[in-house]
Design a protein around this ligand. Sequence first.
Ligand SMILES: [Zn+2]
Length: 295
Amino acid sequence: MNDSDTSQRFLLNDSAIRGQWTLLDTSYQTVLAKHDYPLEVQALLGELMAAAVLLTATLKFDGSLTIQARGEGPVHLITVECTDDNHLRAVARWQGDTTGLNFKSLLGKAVLAITITPDKGERYQGIVPLSGDSLAECLEFYFSQSEQLRTRIWLHQGNNRAAGMLLQVLPYNSGVEIDPEQQNEDWTRLTLLAETLTADELLNLDSQTLLHRLFHEEDVLLFPPEPIDFRCTCSRERTADALVRIGREELDGLLAERGNVEVTCQFCNQLYVFDAVDVAMLFQPNPAPDSERRH
Ligand SMILES: [Zn+2]
């Protein structure tokens, strides 16, 4: 946990427009340190991480949100996960030369999905059309279609930081009295002001200075900052569950070949080793809890 990685919600005076701001420093660098990512992939990871924080804060649920793109481009898989208590992890897999490639050419023909996995209840998945030239544009389109909420998103990364800002009209059921005409007018004025935002400002200013610079004639209500940190949710137990799904036969083959079954978490590089006894225990009808077997 550190105070440089934060997310903060704000409301713009009486305009029934909400916002979310985030700046990622250590959490982003922790993700970049796990693999030797080319610059273009680093940039994509930063944008996805900032977006995941903004969306998690905006959509409000208990559980985790994943933004994942899977496809045929040089970046054939990229996954970012953010929990409602702001633990963030991300990983990308790529192949070939990515030099000079932009958002569209990095992903190529791909499916971009947002998945919300609540602690209780059904998992929800929405597919984001890759219709825009940037991740921000695609997500704006997604919100306008799926939630019927006008949304603007700015995402930037650079100097080992990633940052994002979101503006969105409050939904009619938000409990705030909304005058549609006034909301329209406010939306036009506020988004025009926000359009002046530069990458440099988003990456380097604290939220208060930034919002004052953009909206100094507006009344901005800024909520307390919430800390964000890198945290991986992998565990020996979860890895064991995944091995069981692979099946006994495949695991026995690996044991015969290498002596151990080794699984490295793609997100955090944690290594989990299972020897022949461990593997046999996985397929016992009632295996003893993990902690009792290993020290
Ligand atoms: Zn992990």
